[in-house]
Design a protein around this ligand. Structure first.
Ligand code: BGC
Length: 446
């Protein structure tokens, strides 16, 4: 049985959002454009109202959203800072109005007894920095360091919980290798330097936070996916190993002092071309926690024609398994598989599930959203997590993705992940039944 008590009194319960997906107000109060504004304007699917320009209007609706977060019983809120809202050109001139927005947001959280958890980078690089090469240009490290100094000096007396990067594998892989996310770059000569510079920003971000924020609790977040070979043939098993190196090990291993997983994925060797003389020594981190974001698993088969990986992910609908609106298999054991996998690194201290959730088509009937499928998704994933806690694995918290429906990147607004439904015509909110389920669950003491 799932009970709140089994998680213990100190377990952290929260909900998460990100700036580019929820704030909107893309050109208000002096904000500069981010790579997602530019990418959307150039993409057929994301132009006009399908891009991030309005989001879920969090910039204006945040008092109501934070009120609802509290109403549902969450005591922690994970959000990200829009770099180009506070530094419109990515560096140099500071936009005071951007800083005051985050002060207002943080102050409101604190007033309501909600702990703010701040992600420094959730994919929305200032366009001005992309114009200089973005993550593929080594100068990004200095720009990032300056940005982190600014943010942590500004908010460090009020915010103690920090995450350096959100899912670096995703933003470098999908944005700089596959070109499906902003900034739409492709190929190894973009991806490998972007990957290496992002990996260097993990310890550098950590160091800056620690130097400016006394008593900080510092981590970073990783995408993670259960990887299962399609068959036990040597070829499928090896394909799964390469995929695992790419999707699960790429950033955590350098952070843990193990270097890049080049043995499992030899193409990564070319990254050494981008190494500076001390990089090997800089890469390891000493995080207080790592954030894991398990949503699903992938079944992998060998496929020679796929460049570098020679591996193919077999889509969930091809496998006839239950799946979400993202075509992601619903597979609750991923929770335990991922917690065990990452807890096995000897330098991992605490683990926090910094995102978990599901998109399903929601229907508003008589002002209500009866989202049974999402509710079962949460119940079944939380049961797995509860067993991890009971078995003594170091999981300390869980954040729902997401507080409200919002802009789902290349998929625009179609997939709805929120506990709170957003009507994008007028930005009104309706708490979904899954939100009320959390309210009941979190209010129980047994
Ligand atoms: C990202 C979120 C995203 C969610 C669902 C994570 O990869 O951090 O920004 O909305 O998954 O796709």
């Amino acid at each position: 049985m799932l009970t709140r008590r089994a998680f213990g009194d100190d377990f952290i319960w929260g909900a998460a959002t990100s700036a580019a997906q929820s704030e909107g107000a893309w050109n208000e109060d002096g904000r500069g454009p981010s790579i997602w504004d530019t990418f959307a304007a150039q993409s057929k699917n994301l132009s006009g109202n399908n891009g991030p320009a309005k989001g879920s209007d969090f910039y204006h609706q945040y008092p109501n959203d934070i009120r609802l977060l509290g109403l549902l019983g969450f005591k922690n809120f994970r959000f990200s800072i829009s770099w180009s809202r506070i530094l419109p050109n990515g560096h140099g001139r500071i936009n005071q109005k951007g800083l005051s927005f985050y002060h207002r947001l943080i102050d409101l959280c604190l007033l309501k007894g909600i702990t703010p958890w701040c992600t420094l980078y959730h994919w929305d690089l200032p366009q001005a920095l992309q114009d200089k090469g973005g993550w593929a240009n080594r100068d990004i490290i200095n720009y990032f360091e300056d940005y982190v100094h600014l943010v942590t000096n500004e908010f460090g007396d009020k915010v103690k919980h920090w995450m350096v990067l959100n899912e670096p594998t995703a933003f470098t892989g999908v944005g700089y290798f596959l070109g499906l996310h902003a900034p739409g770059k492709r190929g190894l000569s973009q991806f490998l330097p972007a990957m290496h510079h992002a990996a260097l920003c993990q310890p550098i971000g950590e160091m800056v936070i620690r130097s400016n924020v006394p008593n900080s609790y510092v981590g970073t977040t990783y995408s993670c996916t259960g990887i299962h070979p399609h068959s036990q043939s040597v070829q499928d098993v090896q394909a799964a190993e390469r995929m695992d190196a790419m999707l699960n090990r790429l950033f955590v291993e350098p952070a843990m002092g193990l270097g890049y997983p080049v043995k499992s994925l030899p193409v990564l060797r070319k990254v050494y071309d981008y190494f500076g003389p001390n990089d090997e020594k800089i890469l390891p981190c000493n995080f207080d926690f790592i954030g894991l974001q398990p949503y699903t698993r992938e079944v992998v088969s060998h496929r020679f024609i796929i460049p570098y990986l020679q591996a193919r992910l077999i889509p969930a609908n091809e496998r006839s398994v239950q799946h979400t609106a993202m075509n992601w298999e619903v597979y609750p054991p991923v929770m335990r598989e991922m917690v065990e996998k990452f807890a096995a690194y000897s330098n991992v201290k605490d683990i926090i599930i910094t995102e978990n959730g599901a998109a399903f088509p929601d229907q508003v009937i008589d002002g209500r959203i009866d989202d049974q499928q999402r509710q079962s998704y949460f119940v079944n994933h939380l049961k797995e997590l509860q067993n991890c806690v009971l078995d003594g694995l170091p999981v300390k918290g869980y954040f729902v993705w997401s507080l409200t429906d919002n802009f789902e990147w290349a998929e625009s607004y179609r997939p709805r992940f929120g506990l709170i439904y957003v009507d994008y015509e007028d930005q009104t909110r309706i708490v979904k039944d899954s939100g009320y389920w959390f309210q009941r669950f979190l209010s129980k003491t047994n």
